[in-house]
Write a protein that binds this ligand. Structure first.
Ligand SMILES: NC(=O)C1=CN([C@@H]2O[C@H](COP(=O)(O)OP(=O)(O)OC[C@H]3O[C@@H](n4cnc5c(N)ncnc54)[C@H](OP(=O)(O)O)[C@@H]3O)[C@@H](O)[C@H]2O)C=CC1
Ligand SMILES: O=C(O)C1=N[C@H](C(=O)O)C[C@H](O)C1
Length: 270
């Protein structure tokens, strides 16, 4: 089979550069385009040079349309607004859209779902094997324990992260809620400050830490009477997420249009 032709959007970003390296390193994929936002200072620069792997002959451009027309898939770790716009382009071009962007609103998600009627969309708040396994474990543990065990989710990320809680923390919260058979939005506690009163039975709490260069730490705590279970994942390098995204693109090739999750790619679905 010929190589899958991939585009990286947001190619000058932290994840964008890791994605360029992952596409070049993977077997069966070729980088055919690198997109950045209009006015970005990196436009015209070579994607490989920016990613620290030498010249690839792929200059960064803000003219997405012709690039989408010659690709099979797009890897997108950008911003919610950009991701929604790229989902429409990917749907028109009928190419796979791999979405790692977090902080999407309900309206953004509805627009991704609409795009997924025409093309394959794989979306996950975390593309690593470890976190997707962790989510499956959290669901099982939450199903096995009753509300005598209080669930708290703690995450820490680098100082430049703009959304909170992290997409991964939300995923883990959804997994815990699914295990318990409750709706997360009815039980989530996003912040605590001041005289909060005692903890409400069955709530799922979120704590967000930001600082330094932390790639991504997540802990799910089940705190019961006289004992505590803590399930933890530590991401050590962004290449982890980038390799997951390339794996998702290869999995998406030739598949029916629809909205899929990384759990589908990894065979961890229900
Ligand atoms: N699902 C997962 O496994 C992971 C998800 N993420 C998520 O990925 C996203 C990006 O993270 P990160 O790389 O750290 O962020 P960065 O800010 O470093 O990168 C985002 C890039 O997208 C660019 N961009 C913004 N708008 C557009 C546009 N319209 N067209 C093209 N490019 C655009 C930005 O340009 P500029 O800066 O010039 O605005 C920037 O270069 C976040 O939502 C993060 O949470 C991160 C890691 C793993
Ligand atoms: O912004 C990041 O850096 C990360 N974002 C994702 C999230 O919001 O969970 C995944 C990873 O933890 C890194």
């Amino acid at each position: 089979m010929t190589d899958m032709r991939l585009i990286v959007v947001g190619a000058a970003g932290r994840m964008g550069r890791a994605l360029v390296r992952a596409v070049v390193e993977a077997e069966g994929t070729t980088l055919v385009g690198a997109i950045e936002r209009e006015g970005a200072p990196e436009l015209g620069q070579d994607a490989g040079m920016l990613a620290g792997i030498g010249e690839l002959g792929v200059p960064l451009t803000d003219d997405a349309l012709p690039v989408f027309a010659r690709a099979d898939g797009v890897l997108d770790f950008t911003t919610p607004a950009a991701t929604v716009a790229f989902s429409e382009l990917a749907a028109q071009a009928r190419i796979a859209h791999i979405v790692g962007t977090t902080g999407l609103s309900a309206d953004d998600l509805a627009r991704l779902e609409a795009a997924a009627r025409h093309a394959v969309v794989v979306r996950s708040g975390n593309m690593s094997l470890g976190v997707n396994l962790l989510a499956a474990m959290v669901r099982k543990v939450a199903a096995a324990l009753d509300a005598d065990f209080d669930i708290e989710i703690v995450e820490m990320h680098h100082r430049n992260k703009v959304d909170a809680p992290s997409g991964t923390a939300l995923m883990l919260g959804e997994a815990a809620a699914a295990g318990r058979g409750i709706a997360l939005e009815d039980h989530a506690v996003w912040t605590r400050h001041g005289h909060t009163g005692a903890r409400r039975r069955g709530d799922i709490g979120f704590q967000t830490l930001r600082g330094g260069s932390v790639v991504g730490d997540h802990t799910v705590i089940f705190a019961g009477p006289h004992e505590r279970i803590e399930l933890r994942h530590v991401a050590e390098d962004r290449s982890l997420f980038a390799r997951g995204a390339v794996k998702a693109a290869l999995w998406a090739r030739g598949r029916k249009p629809g909205l899929y999750a990384m759990a589908d790619v990894l065979g961890l679905g229900d």
